[in-house]
Design a protein around this ligand. Sequence first.
Ligand code: PLP
Length: 313
Amino acid sequence: MPVTETPTETPIPWAAGAAYIDGRFMPIAEAAIPITDWGYRRSDVTYDVVGVRDGAFFRLDDHVRRFRASMEAFRLKPPEDDDAIRRVLHRCVALAGLRDAYVAMDCLRGRPPAGAPYHPAHARNYLAAFALPWISLVRPDVMERGAHLVVAETLRIPARSVDPRAKNFHWADLTRGQFEAHDRGADFCVLLDEDGHVTEGPGFNLFVVADGGLATPDAGVLEGLTRQSVIELAREMDLAVAVRPVTVAELRDADEILLVTTAGGIMPASRIDGRIMGNDRPGPVFRRLHDAFWDKRAAGWHATPVDYASGTA
Ligand code: PLP
């Protein structure tokens, strides 16, 4: 993939973030997609998000592998292979000069060219990516007190309609659930499936903690890489951890609930449907896992250093 443009302006526009769209790099403020693109008009797009902390990507290869699997699930194919995608991500972070970054990769459907049948099979798909200064889903005060959750009336879109394992922007269920949470004075919703099993929330996976052991839903969810990291950590720490169906009753009765995502790591909850867990503050299992997660990351766990030289080449 030709990588042609280098920053020519003052560094300021790049410091707000750097983007790549279909072969070209640009400051984030200039990044735009055509309004007629099916990626926008039909949510016909897939994506992934990888974090950079202290100048290193976390689980970069796992994110690129999952992104490729999502693209295949939606029958999207950009010109870039996985190595080229990795180079684009390195260069976005390097151009923005970020040590801590939120790094997104998207593959959009595009549109069929004039004269071609009006069918997604005829569209030319393309890659977009960007790096922004680090974003966390949870504000520091919520991190401090623990998130307040509600179980939404809105159900998660059935996995047989839109498979949540392929990362997607079919967020109407999660967005509607967030308004339910807002109306009930809570921070986040949790969505159930049609059988009353717990799925996930807007941008995070869940763990319930009971009697010192953890459980996370096995189906109807994105197979989150933070969830995977928590499973690895729990096993190392000799905490029981199960990947299995989780009922809403288990969620409502849990000793602790953890929210886990790239954009924030491991986050605590302190209330569920108005019930206070523990002493209305983050619990002890959260603290152990949270501290171990960040200690291990500081020591280079699953880390790939950013190639900052790629921003000047
Ligand atoms: N579930 C949903 C719906 C998400 O959007 C995300 C992240 O964006 C997650 C779970 C967490 O996945 P990961 O830990 O890989 O960021």
